[in-house]
Ligand binder design. Structure first.
Ligand code: SAM
Length: 220
């Protein structure tokens, strides 16, 4: 894949993500497709990726599913980079680009067939973000939100991930690590307290070398 020159402010992030996350984006796309049957969606169905960064997860997913995409990111430079990537990948006609904070975005209730967000929720008001995801999902559909690099990763890639985790621990990259523990516990509690009885089928907290919430909305 061709990498476009990022805006100055995104250089560090892009360097890190292209070096350490890129393989993970593919693994995650393949795994969520397999687990949630995304290849069976139709061109009328919608996948939302929020905090989409360069848009690579959507690009890898677009090769596996005919669904259309909504890409959302609050950073207009990031959205511009993603737009170039979508054009390069030949999927710009299948993607609606929205520049907004996920907490303030206004999508229709019960409108999304799948929601994915990697590496973003810890930068947001996570309770509002989780509530939005529950509202936006169609009944019976799944949101996959958190961090992580894929469940079944190769030994070679695992070594690379470990290298990244060391850099993060040495605070060479900002991953908001302090937020994670709170987010896993309080985010889970928020979903349980507010939505479990009548809106959710289940919430799982997966460890994929980083936590992911898998949230399935109950069929009405
Ligand atoms: C660490 S990057 C992750 C990007 C991509 N998902 C990935 O896995 O490489 C976090 C992204 O979330 C975006 N972001 C941060 N806070 C956000 C918010 N409140 N609403 C929408 N996007 C946000 C940032 O602009 C950035 O593109």
């Amino acid at each position: 894949m061709k990498f476009f020159e990022p805006h100055e402010s995104l250089k560090n992030f892009c360097e890190t993500s292209r070096k350490y996350f890129f393989e993970g984006y593919q693994v995650i796309a393949n795994e969520v497709n397999e687990w949630f049957g995304l290849s069976k969606l139709s061109p009328r169905d919608t996948i939302l990726e929020f905090g989409g960064g360069e848009g690579f997860i959507s690009i890898f997913l677009s090769k596996l599913t005919p669904a259309k995409f909504i890409y959302l990111d609050k950073n207009p430079y990031m959205a511009e980079l993603a737009r170039k990537n979508f054009e390069e990948a030949g999927i710009i006609d299948r993607v609606k680009i929205v520049v907004s904070e996920v907490e303030k975005a206004e999508f229709e209730k019960n409108s999304m067939d799948f929601i994915i967000a990697r590496g973003t929720i810890q930068f947001t008001d996570y309770k509002k973000t989780l509530s939005n995801a529950v509202e936006w999902l169609k009944p019976g559909k799944v949101a996959f939100v958190g961090c992580g690099f894929g469940l079944n990763i190769s030994d070679e890639y695992r070594a690379k991930v470990d290298e990244f985790i060391k850099k993060a621990e040495a605070k060479e990259v900002n991953t908001e690590p302090d937020k994670f523990e709170e987010l896993i516990i309080e985010g889970y509690r928020h979903l349980m307290d507010n939505y479990f009885d009548d809106r959710l089928e289940y919430v799982k907290a997966l460890n994929m070398k980083g936590f992911i919430f898998e949230i399935k909305k109950r069929l009405i």
